[in-house]
Design a protein around this ligand. Sequence first.
Ligand code: ACO
Length: 330
Amino acid sequence: MTKTIHAAITGVGHYAPAKVLTNADLEKMVDTSDEWIRTRTGIRERRIAANDEMTSDMGVAAARAALAQAKLDPADVEAIYVATCTPDMIFPSTACLIQAALGAKRAYGFDISSACAGFIMALDTAAAAVESGRVRNALVIGAEKLSVVTDWTSRDTCVLFGDGAGAVVLQPSPRPGLRSSLLGVDGNQAEILYIPAGGCKQPSSEETVRAHRHAIHMSGRETFKIAVNTMQEAAQEAIARAGLTADQIDCMIPHQANYRIVDAVAKRLGPNVMDKVFLNLDRYGNTSAASIPIALSEAVAAGKVKSGDKILMVAFGGGLSWGGAVVEWL
Ligand code: ACO
């Protein structure tokens, strides 16, 4: 289908909590080492939100930065899509809380639960609303307080995750912004990466709390293998749908879970692709739905993205779920 209205990113911003938790700090909490964490994941430190700092607070801060860059008044925002697997509460949605805090009185909004792939899911959904003319703009936010669903006694997972938020503003453009996207899920393998308790299957109880069943459970090795294969396929498909080849991608912003995953995916895409990857996982760890917009925001602030650049985004996470997108920078 030929589009007449395109959805373009007109503003991007991010927020990272002040508290830094280093690998050296983790050495004092569980049986691990800075050397193991760095060589197996590439992570050196991560940010941890304050007790009174919620996912919505971080989302609001990131959204304000993105709106300022887009020169869009919060009162004129028409839609708010929040990708998160750590909402402030089960309902109302984090989007409602962010709408109120921003004073976005004209906006509707809802949350998208798709773990680490959530930002691409939200970007695609928001772009469809903008391209169809239903809304004249949309805020897309990825925000996570993963520190509250981390088992701080499990070295298998607690070294991996961090908190933060990133946001973009989408607006109509005569030029292509989002050139392609694709989304996928496979619920058959839901239990290799999940939070078992807190829903109706295992309601909260003393037992679920004692057994750390409100925390992320992950089969790391299995997740790793599937992540590499799926991200490679999603990236190749997104590039092909954009009518491009891998060598025409100017910047790659992958979900920031593990340096080794990113390196393997980039090498499979082409010989020079790794040189174009923007990485910040060394400073933030895996912030799930927030990781791509935080990285995009930092890449733009660092001058790594210029007008006309084709940016490849690709993510994989719990669900299992994944997404890929190619965005042309305005
Ligand atoms: N410190 C020291 N040793 C550790 C640690 C640690 N923090 N964690 C595990 N080990 C040990 C294991 O116990 C194991 O020991 P053993 O050989 O004696 O049994 C050894 O290190 C190797 O363990 P593996 O799990 O095989 O290590 P691997 O190289 O696979 O790295 C990791 C583990 C980093 C978790 C990796 O598998 C990974 O990154 N997986 C994917 C994570 C991911 O992408 N998640 C997706 C998104 S998350 C979301 O959707 C919310």
